[in-house]
Write a protein that binds this ligand. Structure first.
Ligand code: ADP
Length: 471
């Protein structure tokens, strides 16, 4: 039961609540019934008393004998008293020597015309409802010095109240048992998913990230289970990508290092036949060293971005200037490959908020890719102004990218054609860095491509509010 504590606590609370409600409800029902019986009986006894009084005062001579018969028949006792309170006549079962119910104060009120009602307990412990009335002087009763007490035993009433109490007690116990059952079931229903979650989170904590919880409801408990499942999925994805990332890094580092080691050995041990061959090996060593440097730089940059440690110096920047100067910087590469690069600009491109150097890094990287993966044709760069955005489009007529590769293009270390990209000196990190830098400045990047036809990248940045209003 210890591991089911929330269920126990909940159960105790619910049972206490049930008990309090049932307890007070029973007391209230008991009071209502008892008072009802008491009032009912008192009014019956009063009615009977006035009836007997009328009989006693009736001009038709009612004998003591017939009063006796009525008293017996109605199971009551009758006491006739005078103004002094002395009993002058008696009939019925009640002990005739017990006069303790005749009180001076009551006798006075009775003879002044009031009806007196009370409950009396005789020396043997029997209870009676007592009603006292004066017998008015009349033709049949010329004696004005007479009053009548009628005593009705409460045995029948007490019996029915006690039956009602037994019934109340039984139904109270029944209700408590039912409540106990309901409480137990609802405590189980509530605590079972919580215990499941506790077990699942423990499993997740020790690395069993395949653990999933069944989501059986749309309430808070269901939402919590869903959140735990999402957490497990995220952790799993994070673990997998981290493993993949480290595997990729070691692979990427190993290749240039193998080249460096191999060719350095060839040169050191003079395993070449001519000076030109030696120069060729030294060129390879230089190329691999600079690739290694690029890779380390890119990795460092990416790590900083992922940790959120990169700080942008945001200012108002002119995209037209940045695109123009980037194209100029790439001119020699374009000429070297015998390509053509053209820039076109919409009029009055508004300033946007961004980091000038990072923006240039993005554009240089995109232009570098376009040149790298285009063997003939031209590269077009267009700066377009929309109502709420400004878009830089870089379009080439290069080798293109197959459609199924596009979703992974911005993943770290993703290369469409591994050997070709390596041969072009790429690290497979360029586009993921570009995407992060674009997003850090509030922009988006989209790609459209067709293998063998060309590739188009659209980088869009929102215009700041001030600029939008100016339009
Ligand atoms: P890399 O440093 O290898 O170029 P990127 O992240 O910049 O890495 O690009 C990822 C891959 O996307 C590249 O290996 C290349 O196959 C493909 N790619 C990028 N730009 C282009 C383009 N303009 N035309 C064709 N393929 C491209």
């Amino acid at each position: 039961m210890i591991h089911n504590r929330i269920g126990t606590k909940l159960g105790i609370w619910m049972m206490t609540l049930f008990f309090i409600v049932i307890f007070f409800l029973s007391i209230a029902i008991d009071r209502i019934f008892s008072n009802f019986h008491q009032t009912e009986m008192t009014s019956n006894v009063n009615e009977m008393t006035s009836h007997f009084v009328m009989m006693a005062a009736s001009p038709v001579n009612t004998s003591d004998h017939s009063l006796d018969a009525f008293a017996d028949f109605s199971e009551v006792s009758i006491f006739i008293i005078n103004q002094k309170g002395a009993v002058t006549a008696h009939s019925g079962e009640h002990d005739p020597t017990d006069h303790s119910f005749i009180r001076k104060k009551d006798v006075q009120s009775i003879f002044s015309g009031d009806t007196v009602n009370f409950t009396h307990k005789d020396p043997n412990g029997n209870r009676y409802i007592v009603s006292g009335m004066v017998v008015p002087a009349s033709e049949g009763n010329p004696d004005p010095d007479q009053a009548m007490y009628v005593l009705a035993s409460t045995d029948h009433m007490d019996e029915s109240i006690s039956r009602m109490r037994t019934l109340l007690l039984m139904s109270g116990i029944g209700a408590m048992l039912l409540a106990l059952g309901i409480t137990w079931i609802s405590a189980q229903i509530l605590s079972r998913p919580l215990l499941q979650m506790q077990r699942a989170t423990r499993k997740i904590a020790v690395g069993d990230l395949e653990t999933r919880l069944p989501v059986q409801s749309k309430d808070e408990i269901g939402l919590l289970a869903e959140a735990i499942n999402d957490l497990a999925k995220d952790l799993q994805r994070y673990r997998d990508t981290r493993q993949e990332f480290f595997a990729n890094i070691s692979h990427e580092l190993r290749t240039p290092i193998t080249y460096l080691e191999g060719y350095a050995k060839v040169v050191k041990e003079k395993l070449y036949t001519s000076e030109e061959e030696k120069d060729k090996y030294l060129d390879i060593i230089q190329e691999e060293a600079s690739r290694l440097q690029r890779l380390v730089n890119d990795l460092f940059e990416l790590a900083k971005m992922e940790e959120g440690k990169i700080s942008l110096s945001l200012e108002w920047i002119d995209l037209t200037d940045i695109v123009r100067s980037s194209i100029r910087k790439m001119e020699w590469k374009v000429n070297e490959k015998g390509l053509v690069m053209r820039g076109s600009y919409d009029e009055e491109i508004p300033l946007i908020v961004g980091d000038g150097l990072r923006m240039e890094q993005i554009i240089l990287n995109m232009l570098d890719n376009a040149i790298r993966y285009t063997d003939q044709g031209d590269i077009r760069v267009h700066l377009h102004k929309g109502s709420k955005h400004v878009t830089i489009t870089i379009e080439d007529t290069g080798i293109g990218i197959a459609e199924e590769e596009l979703p992974y293009l911005f993943d770290r270390f993703y290369r469409v054609e591994k050997s070709r990209s390596r041969q072009h000196g790429g690290t497979g990190l360029g586009l993921s860095i570009v995407k992060k830098l674009v997003e850090l400045q509030g922009g988006t990047i989209k790609v459209r491509s067709q293998a063998g036809v060309g590739t188009r990248f659209d980088i869009t940045f929102p215009l700041p509010e001030r600029q939008e209003k100016q339009e």
